[in-house]
Each structure stands twice: as structure tokens, then as C-alpha cells.
Ligand binder design. Structure first.
Ligand SMILES: *Cc1c(COP(=O)(O)O)cnc(C)c1O
Length: 246
């Protein structure tokens, strides 16, 4: 299957899930998760009328930037962000979806303020309560959002989560439901510096469930570009080292 055919299939799946839940397919964006994908293949995908990519590693973001900069598109950072990489990320990304701790927010604000810049962000929530996943515990998100709303350089646009990896759909669905409920609660606070328009949730394996629970942005890698060689945990943690080859 070609990238173009895979994309067609993904859009069909998005449409079917929308139909099933009475939603408009226009309300669900497709972010192409492009970790490990070459600039060449990203170009092929962007040429299929796509315009949104997400990278997990600052190094990859940087490496592909020049090759892609002449093509109109937006780039979100979706990986675990180390504070010492903030300067680079704000140079190359349009939005950071993986805001997961207050120390990061403080550093980010300081750097943006110096450069007279602002940044769109999503707050990452650990809805699966797995140790291995980054993100705020659900019960802390609301207070955190209130605190972040005081930082004028940071524009909260919504929430992001990675669903539980499980074949039990009910458990996966619960993660997405938690995110939607937090979104609704924050919305009800009516804080004018916080927008809750974006619910970034759903990947290759669970995008239908996420859409049924209100996702406005699915992040798809494998089902567009094929399998990756390393397990996902490697891409989520910048500090993670691979086992040396024996
Ligand atoms: C890799 C990745 C995705 C896409 O996952 P697939 O299962 O390949 O579709 C989505 N979100 C994040 C944060 C990722 O790291």
C-alpha cells in the first residue's frame, strides 16, 4: 500500500467514525505522526493535501526542517520535552502538545518572553494512569490550567492524551472519556485566556473510539507510514537509550 492509499483509508475511517457518532468529519483534524519517517516520505504525504505533522524528538524536528520548510504545513511537538531543548523546539514547532509539568512551563515562558514570542500548547494528561506515560494526573489538570493561564506567552488550546494500549475497548474508551470530561470542566470555568477547542486523542489503533468520545485531532503514524523499528516508549522519552546491540 502506498502512503496516498493509506491516507485515503485513514480519512475513510475518520469519516465512518464521525458518521457513527453524528459528528462532522471536518471537525476532526489528522496529524501525521512522522517520527522516524524520512523527509521524502513526509513530502509525499503533504502532497496528498495534508498539512499537519507531529514530531517526538527535537533532533528529528531539526533535521527535517529545512527539507520541509518550503511546503506549507504546521508542525506540532508531541514528544516528552526536556527543558534544555526548549530553545530549539520553539524555533521549529507551531504548537507543543506535550506540556506535562510546571517546571517546563516556567522555563518555556521565560524563554518565550525573552524572544517576544508566544506558543500554542496543549496540556498532556495521563488518562491511563500508567507509570510509563507522561502527563498530569487527571485530578491535577484543572489547577494546572489555571496556573498556566497566568503565563501570557503560553496559549492553551486544549488537551492531549495517549490512550491505554489494550485490546479491551472499554478501557481505552475510558481514557478518552476522562480527557473529554476534563475539557468540559475547564471550559465551564470560562477563563478567557484558555481555549479548549482541541482534544488531541486517538492513534492508529484507537482513532475510532477517540472520535466517538469527541477527539478533534487524531495522531496517526503506523497506519500511514508503516511499522517503526523501536517500541513507542523509546520515542516518548528523550532520555531513553536503546539497548546496545550484542
Ligand atoms: C507515535 C505516536 C503517535 C502515532 O502512533 P501510531 O500508533 O503509530 O499511529 C501518536 N501520538 C504520539 C504521542 C506518538 O508518539
Amino acid at each position: 500500500m502506498s502512503i496516498a492509499e493509506n491516507l485515503q483509508k485513514i480519512h475513510q475511517r475518520i469519516e465512518n467514525a464521525c458518521l457513527k457518532s453524528g459528528r462532522n468529519p471536518k471537525d476532526v483534524k489528522l496529524l501525521m505522526a512522522t517520527k522516524t519517517v524520512s523527509a521524502e516520505n513526509i513530502k509525499i504525504a503533504l502532497a496528498c493535501d495534508e498539512n499537519l505533522i507531529g514530531e517526538n524528538k527535537v533532533q528529528e524536528l531539526k533535521e527535517k526542517y529545512d527539507a520541509l520548510k518550503s511546503i506549507p504545513h504546521r508542525t506540532h511537538f508531541i514528544g516528552h520535552l526536556q527543558s534544555n531543548k526548549i530553545k530549539e523546539v520553539i524555533k521549529y514547532a507551531d504548537c507543543i502538545q506535550s506540556i506535562d509539568r510546571i517546571s517546563l512551563v516556567k522555563e518555556l515562558h521565560k524563554t518565550l518572553e525573552k524572544q517576544n514570542k508566544t506558543m500554542d500548547i496543549l496540556l498532556q494528561v495521563n488518562t491511563s494512569f500508567e507509570q510509563s506515560k507522561f502527563g498530569f494526573p487527571p485530578h491535577e489538570v484543572i489547577n494546572f490550567a489555571k496556573e498556566v493561564s497566568n503565563y501570557s506567552t503560553l496559549k492553551i488550546k486544549g488537551l492531549m492524551t495517549i490512550g491505554l494500549f489494550s485490546s479491551e475497548e472499554a478501557k481505552v474508551r475510558r481514557c478518552f472519556k476522562i480527557l473529554r470530561e476534563i475539557r468540559d470542566e475547564i471550559r465551564d470555568l470560562n477563563i478567557n485566556t484558555i481555549s479548549m477547542e482541541e482534544l488531541s486523542m486517538g492513534m492508529s489503533n484507537d482513532l475510532e473510539t477517540a472520535i466517538e468520545e469527541g477527539s478533534t485531532m487524531v495522531r496517526v503514524g503506523t497506519d500511514i507510514f508503516g511499522k517503526r523499528i523501536h517500541p513507542d516508549s523509546y520515542y516518548w522519552d528523550e532520555t531513553m537509550k536503546l539497548e546496545p546491540k550484542k
